[in-house]
Design a protein around this ligand. Structure first.
Ligand code: ADP
Ligand code: ADP
Length: 218
């Protein structure tokens, strides 16, 4: 579960996140929808303890990220698919991440299989398409088998097959009773993906309801 209470982030004159409150429950895919610059990434970064709130708080399974005993086992995230060493292979990238975090080596092969990277895992990341980079980022998020998952714009730049694949994966993770929050700036991406939508604009909550209701016009 993710709980955000009065979460606020100010960068100088920009109020990136403005008194945001919502709860993300396990067992469903929750979409986090809003135009570019709405504050989705900033919110996710605060949930992950990568950014300090100006006010309010963000809790993962009832605790602030900094106080989680084994944070990676509780929450995994796809934030920036570019944050990898391009000269490494996908598999070595995952191996390094596993080793650094005390995750058993066998998980590397499991997540490579789970995200369908296949033989590409043995090739250097610099030759990867955007879709393969997204798969690798998702594999890294899944390494520690976390109960809570945050995906920031995972469908960006993917073709229809890639989008269908991500939809299936999100559904599978939710069916395993995990908490799944996935951001997008496109309602069209979310309408066949999310059970529920949290909609924000200019850092503020606009709607928090089922995807069906949003499509019906509330
Ligand atoms: P989204 O993910 O919805 O596209 P962001 O959370 O990235 O939105 O950005 C929200 C607002 O905060 C934007 O106006 C963005 O320019 C600003 N912002 C985000 N990060 C920073 C930062 N590190 N410094 C200054 N402004 C930032
Ligand atoms: P995203 O669209 O995924 O939020 P961005 O390209 O907007 O990614 O941001 C990349 C990095 O730059 C992030 O660390 C973000 O916090 C920071 N950033 C975003 N907007 C601004 C801004 N206006 N000023 C300074 N840093 C920013």
């Amino acid at each position: 579960m993710i709980e955000v209470r009065g979460l606020t982030k100010r960068y100088g004159d920009v109020l990136a996140v403005d008194d945001l409150s919502f709860v993300v429950e396990p067992g469903k895919v929750t979409g986090f929808l809003g135009p570019n610059g709405a504050g989705k990434s900033t919110t996710m970064r605060m949930v992950l303890g990568l950014d300090r709130p100006t006010a309010g708080r963000a809790l993962v399974n009832g605790r602030a990220f900094a106080t989680l005993g084994e944070p990676l086992r509780e929450v995994g995230a796809l934030l920036d698919p570019g944050a990898v060493h391009p000269g490494r292979t996908g598999r070595s990238h995952l191996r390094v991440a596993a080793r650094a975090n005390g995750i058993p080596e066998r998980r590397v092969a499991e997540v490579i299989e789970q995200v369908g990277l296949g033989g590409a895992a043995r090739r250097r990341i610099k030759g990867y398409s955007l879709g393969m980079r997204q798969r690798l980022g998702i594999a890294a998020a899944l390494l520690a088998d976390p109960r809570v998952l945050l995906f920031d714009e995972p469908m960006n730049g993917l073709d229809l097959d890639g989008i269908r694949w991500i939809r299936g994966l999100l559904r599978e993770l939710a069916d395993q009773q995990r908490t799944v929050l996935v951001s997008s700036h496109l309602l069209s991406e979310m309408q066949q993906t999310a059970d529920r939508l949290i909609v924000i604009g200019r850092g503020r909550l606009i709607a928090d309801t089922t995807t069906e209701d949003i499509l019906r016009g509330l």
